[in-house]
Design a protein around this ligand. Structure first.
Ligand code: AMP
Ligand code: GLY
Length: 432
C-alpha cells in the first residue's frame, strides 16, 4: 500500500513512524512533513500542494491507497468529503461530523441533545449579552471561542473581570479571528483531566489506550494553555469504572447520536474529560488523534495500526484487535523560547545524535526542518521526546535523560510530565 499522511507535527511524525512499520505498507508520503518525518524509512515528504482539491488530485495521480489526516483544520474544512468525492480512501470524519471539534457550540448542543455529561453552558453571539450573563452568574467561569483556536481558545477565568476581558479579547479584538464570532460560557469543572480516544467505523467504537495531556505551559499546571506540553499512557485516573462510564455515557452515545443526525462519525473521536470521584464529564471533543497523546499511545501500540485505520473506513472495527506493550510511555515536549507566545525559529538543534540508539527512546519531531543536512527549529512545539519504561517512573526517567542531551538557545520544557500518575500510584515525587 501507498499511504499519505497529512500534517507536519509530532502526531504526524508518530503516525508516519507507526504506519511505516506495517508489513502492508510499501511507501509513506507526508505533506508537508517536517525534518524528522523525512528521515523515516520508506518515507518521503512532499510540499503542500496548496488546496484540498489539489491534494486529492495529487493522491489520485500517485495511486495513494490510504490517506490519514493528522490535524483538525483540514477535517473541519471537509478534506474527507473532497477525497471521497474522487473515490479515494481517507481516514477521518466528514465535514458535518467534524463540527464536534470545529464548533464548541455545536458540540455542547449535541451533548445536551444526547444526554452526554458536560458542564452547564450558555452560547452568545453578542458580547454585551455574554457579559451581562457573566455578571449575573459570577466567577470562576470558563469562556471559550466557538471555533478552532489551536487549543488556546478556552480561557479559565478566576474573576468576573478576567471573564469580561476574555469576552473582549475573543469577540471584539478577535484574537482567534472568526472563531470568536460566538462564545460558549460554561461552568468551571474541577477534578483531574484525561484524554479518552477511540477509533470508530460510524457504528462501533474501539477504545485506544488511555492517556493524559499537560496543557498549561509551566510545571504544576501553571501559565497559559498550549497545544500540550507532554503526555503519558496509560493514565491511572481512567480506572475500570471510569472506563465503563465513558464508554456507556460518552463514546457510544456520540457514535449513535451522529448516526441519528445522518452524519456517521468515522475516524478518531477524542473526549477531553474532567474526572471527579470517578465521574467523567466532557470538556471538549476532538475529531483526530491528540498531539502529544498520539506519541505515547502509538509508542505502546504493538499491533499493526493499518488494519484498524482501514476498518474505520470500511466497517468492522469490532473485528480488529489492537494490542499494547505492557510498558508505560511518556512524551516530553521541548518547545521554543516564548511558546505559546511569540518565538524565534531557525536555531540548530544539538544532541539529537546522542539520543539515537538510546534504549526505548524515540524523538518525534514537530516544528523542525532540515537545512543543509542539519535539523533546525521551525515552530513552537519542536520535539516530543518519548520513552517506554517498565513502569511510568522508568519511562519518565528515560525520557528526561534523553531530553537533557538535546539543546538549542531558549529551549524550554516542563519538568513534571507524568508526576500526576506517580502520585496516583503512590510513587512519590517525580524523579526528574
Ligand atoms: P478545551 O479547549 O475545551 O479543551 O479546553 C482547554 C483546557 O481548558 C482544558 O484542557 C481544561 O484544562 C480547561 N477547561 C476547559 N473547559 C473547562 C471547564 N468547563 N472547567 C474547567 N476547566 C476547563
Ligand atoms: N493534546 C490536545 C489536543 O490534541 O488537542
Amino acid at each position: 500500500m501507498k499511504v499519505l499522511v497529512v500534517g507536519s507535527g509530532g502526531r504526524e511524525h508518530t503516525l508516519v513512524w507507526k504506519i511505516a512499520q506495517s508489513p502492508l505498507v510499501e511507501s509513506v508520503y507526508a505533506t508537508p512533513g517536517n525534518g524528522g518525518i523525512c528521515r523515516e524509512p520508506k518515507t518521503q515528504c512532499l510540499p503542500w500542494p496548496g488546496s484540498l482539491e489539489a491534494l486529492a488530485d495529487m493522491a489520485l495521480e500517485m495511486g495513494i491507497d490510504l490517506t490519514v489526516v493528522g490535524p483538525e483544520d483540514p477535517l473541519a474544512e471537509g478534506i474527507v468529503d473532497v477525497f471521497q468525492s474522487k473515490g479515494l480512501l481517507i481516514f477521518g470524519p466528514c465535514k458535518a461530523a467534524a463540527r464536534l471539534e470545529g464548533s464548541k457550540a455545536f458540540a455542547k448542543e449535541f451533548m445536551s441533545r444526547f444526554g452526554i455529561p458536560t458542564a452547564e453552558y450558555s452560547i452568545f453571539s453578542d458580547p454585551k449579552e455574554a457579559k451581562s450573563f457573566i455578571r449575573g452568574v459570577g466567577a470562576p467561569i470558563v469562556v471559550k471561542a466557538d471555533g478552532l483556536a489551536a487549543g488556546k481558545g478556552s480561557i479559565v477565568c478566576r474573576t468576573i473581570e478576567d471573564a469580561l476581558s476574555a469576552v473582549d479579547r475573543i469577540m471584539i479584538e478577535k484574537v482567534f479571528g472568526d472563531a470568536g464570532n460566538r462564545v460558549v460560557v460554561e461552568e468551571l469543572l474541577v477534578g483531574e483531566e484525561a484524554s479518552f480516544l477511540a477509533i470508530t467505523d460510524g457504528e462501533h467504537v474501539y477504545p485506544l489506550a488511555g492517556s493524559q495531556d499537560h496543557k498549561p505551559v509551566f510545571d504544576n499546571d501553571e501559565g497559559p494553555n498550549t497545544g500540550g506540553m507532554g503526555a503519558y499512557s496509560p493514565a491511572p485516573v481512567i480506572t475500570p469504572l471510569v472506563y465503563e462510564r465513558v464508554m456507556e455515557r460518552v463514546m457510544r452515545p456520540v457514535v449513535e447520536g451522529m448516526r441519528e443526525m445522518g452524519h456517521p462519525f468515522k475516524g478518531v473521536i477524542y473526549a477531553g474529560l474532567m474526572i471527579r470521584d470517578e465521574d467523567p464529564k466532557v470538556l471538549e471533543f476532538n475529531v483526530r488523534f491528540g498531539d502529544p497523546e498520539a506519541q505515547p499511545i502509538l509508542m505502546r501500540m504493538e499491533s499493526d495500526i493499518v488494519p484498524a485505520l482501514m476498518a474505520s473506513i470500511e466497517g468492522g472495527i469490532d473485528h480488529v484487535e489492537i494490542t499494547y506493550k505492557s510498558q508505560a510511555a511518556v512524551c516530553v515536549v521541548m518547545a521554543s523560547g516564548g511558546y505559546p507566545g511569540r518565538y524565534e525559529k531557525g536555531f540548530e538543534i544539538e544532541g539529537l545524535e546522542d539520543v539515537e540508539g538510546m534504549e526505548g527512546v524515540k524523538v518525534f519531531h514537530a516544528g523542525t526542518i532540515e537545512r543543509d543536512g542539519r535539523i533546525v527549529t521551525n515552530g513552537g512545539r519542536v520535539l516530543g521526546v518519548t520513552a517506554l519504561g517498565g513502569d511510568i517512573r522508568e519511562a519518565i526517567a528515560r525520557a528526561y535523560s534523553a531530553v537533557e542531551k538535546i539543546h538549542w538557545p531558549g529551549v524550554h520544557y516542563r519538568r513534571d510530565i507524568g508526576a500526576k500518575a506517580l502520585r496516583r500510584m503512590g510513587g512519590g515525587s517525580c524523579p526528574c
